[in-house]
Design a protein around this ligand. Structure first.
Ligand SMILES: [Zn+2]
Length: 163
């Protein structure tokens, strides 16, 4: 299992924050968070700041905090910058290590035999493995959304290999 730094992501990067959680990063994200409170959380919780904001990055560096300044490019490029910035390449998505994209909770993997009955039976029959968030209770499985995230992950991996 790869040891991942805990992160705090700036308010502009909500979609990236959800993907970082799927990649298994403990990621604090709040769309209403102020710069000052993010810097405090980065320090007290030893989180690496991930931001597109040059000023915020500068403030973090002045306070001796770890910070990754992203370019304003595609999301896939941002993910590559985070993974190589943390020296974790090549990092792949492993659902057993993913966190809940909505709330950052830990996911527990369960077989379809004990998957919650709130998941329609037709889906429980088609998939072997389900992941349930310990915090918010949301269930995940490798459905159609999974195909999008795996092609995103394949794109990230290819770009990392070209670096
Ligand atoms: Zn959750």
């Amino acid at each position: 299992m790869v040891i991942r730094r805990a992160l705090i992501v700036d308010a502009m990067l909500g979609s990236l924050a959800r993907k970082l959680r799927i990649y298994g990063f403990d990621t604090v994200y709040d769309k209403d968070s102020e710069d000052s409170s993010m810097l405090v959380a980065a320090k007290t919780e030893s989180r690496t700041l991930v931001t597109c904001d040059k000023e915020l990055h500068k403030l973090a560096v002045q306070r001796n905090l770890q910070s990754i300044l992203l370019n304003k490019g595609l999301e896939v490029e941002k993910m590559v910058e985070v993974i190589s910035g943390l020296d974790l390449k090549p990092l792949r998505i492993c659902p057993e290590e993913s966190r809940c994209p909505l709330c950052n909770g830990d996911l527990i993997g369960v077989s379809n035999l004990i998957a919650p009955s709130s998941i329609p039976q037709s889906i429980r029959q088609r998939h072997q493995r389900f992941y349930i968030c310990r915090l918010c209770g949301k269930s995940y499985w490798e459905g159609s959304h999974w195909e999008k995230i795996s092609s995103f992950s394949a794109d990230v991996e290819e770009r990392l290999s070209l670096q």
